[in-house]
Design a protein around this ligand. Sequence first.
Ligand code: AMP
Ligand code: ZN
Length: 459
Amino acid sequence: MSLYLYNTAARRKELFVPIDPTHVGMYVCGPTVYDRAHIGNARPVVVFDTLYRLLKRLYPKVTYVRNITDVDDKINARAKEAGEPISALTARTTKDYHDDMGALNALTPDVEPRATAHIPQMLDMIGQLIKNGNAYEAEGHVLFSISSMDDYGALSGRSMDEMIAGARVEVAPYKRDAGDFVLWKPSSDDLPGWDSPYGRGRPGWHLECSAMSREYLGMTFDIHGGGQDLVFPHHENERAQSQCANHKPFARYWLHNGFLQVEGEKMSKSLGNFFTVNDLLATAPGEAIRLTLLSAHYHQPIDWTAEGLKQSRAAMDRFYLALRAVEDVPAEPAKTLPAEMLAALEDDLNTPLAISHLHDIAGRLNKAKTIDEKIELKSALLAAGDVLGILQQPVDQWFRWTPAGGSALTDDEIEDLVQRRLQARKDRDFAEADRIRQELTDKGVLLEDGPGGTQWRRG
Ligand code: AMP
Ligand code: ZN
């Protein structure tokens, strides 16, 4: 076993050596729950879910922690705008997030800590940072002093000037350095706040990940992930807080996914190219969306296109058709990950290569003659699908997917028409049989007559 991962901190691919080979720890920054997740937000979820699935195959135990940021100024602003209590907004958005990511076959992380449930741990860390001379109080705030850390900036590799420009930090007279960032800030009575030695207030965003990763994975852990935009300032600051509070190294491998853009442009509401996962789930099955997200290497940018989604859907059709042809063949799905799949994924999660292997396996399964070959290749296809988080549903269910809110025929109506066509054929009324087939085609249902009877699927 030799897993290689591109480590942002080292700026190269490195052999992954866990601290404890019997138990791997991974922390991924999760959503700020004020709005439905967009397709860009789904990229880290699907990428790190795929890594989680791979790690679970390679190591006896994996603890995957992904936080929920449920205290944030964007949440406060949105709740106020909508006249909705903050707790209702965050609970609803968290549920939507779970539903949307579940539809993309993302497994539930082992721990999903909410920031608001970990305020004591955050205050504890602030106390340590003050004691260690890395943080100071000023006008009800507690700030991290970046000049107190020798290698601040080592993760992102930026110069101090770049960091200050990049952080777009609030210029405040009480800051010692322009780049100093907030650990704790005062809350007015109408905003969420907790009592603390520094007055009633709320935590800075970076602090929650330092406190919660320590709580669930310890001071030093294996993998820390997120989107590329988080390298600076978020991850740089997490690292600064944790290392200065703990006097121990923090995450050992830093993984960052590249950004998603849409049809060649930055996704934005004003350009009309902004899609939530929920929007897309109304137009395509979750597994097709997931396959599209995995079709580029995670480290590279990805261009989301309607054409790409269409191609992924056609690829999924092909995989499921291959499985449909061997529905009666037994298989051992979880057991055998084909060697070439493993090699592709162990090479810094090369999912485009893994998907091309999947096509190859499906092609070989289509041509397989003997039962032994069929068992082996069906098992291989299912195992390969499992590690990529696709091919997880019964074949019929895949083909019977309907767009949400569409005026498509129900399963019962289709079955009824299929039976009526069959009867017409028995009665040798071929004109009527053809008419029914055409009616189904017009309504987006394709028929395939085979030795075992007539199969239908939504096209
Ligand atoms: P946010 O809710 O903005 O903190 O983002 C949640 C996660 O989605 C973070 O890991 C971001 O890096 C990631 N993310 C946000 N926008 C994109 C995008 N367009 N492409 C890829 N990842 C993104
Ligand atoms: Zn974080």
